[in-house]
Design a protein around this ligand. Sequence first.
Ligand code: FE
Length: 277
Amino acid sequence: MTTSPRRVTRLVHGQPTSDGAGVKLNRVIGTQGFTMLDPFLMLDEFRSDQAGDYIAGFPSHPHRGFETVTYMLAGRMRHADNQGNRGLLTAGSVQWMTAGRGIVHSEMPEQEDGLMWGFQLWVNLPAHEKMRAPRYQDIAPEAVPEVAAAAGATVRVIAGTFGGVEGPVQGITTAPLYLDLHLDGGAALDVPLPAAHSAFAYVYAGDATIGSERVQRGQLAVLGEGGGVQIAADAPARMILVAARPLHEPVAKYGPFVMNTQDEIMQAVRDYRDGRF
Ligand code: FE
């Protein structure tokens, strides 16, 4: 089978919002205008050097039925949960948390000034894994391999495989690819993508040409059907490129609970209220 390069089918701007105890962020997936890109339920970019925008953090809160993926570009975030897990997320690190049947955790800045910058992505779990045991994969910055992809193009491989190099995140059913692309001016590369995967690129510095589309900083490009994607930059640019297998299952979502039915949501609310997480 031959597959043609993917084209950009939609360009999405994020919406400024706040979450947690008042952290300002830019929500790109999970808004009224762009509710999800199966299996991706939410993408937030947080970026501020004003402590007041992030210092309140995300105090204790629950999750059930999906995965939260935090990728830090700058700053330090401390996480702690109700099962005794503790960790510090620093620039370049990743936390892939499979909430499964439920965790209660906090995500709090461990700095009082300076830049805090990163992403949180929510990835849905298939029905048969929504009540599985929770799992963390905490990945240190130096554990994320960097591939020299083409002249002036470096790719950090967080999950999945690029250029024969496998990322450190393992054992995720939706078989995700999560890449961080750093392009110098004039760089161009092709990124192969599994044909059946949903895929997007989010440009977080500079601007780039994706397929034949110009994509600015702060824009998410939804990639249509096909094989890989062609990416180029005239000036230095950075983006995350993320793909995963869609689930094609019903989604019942209520705040931090993402299940398949409304009954399962009500059960999650009761379980949390009764301290069964
Ligand atoms: Fe959380």
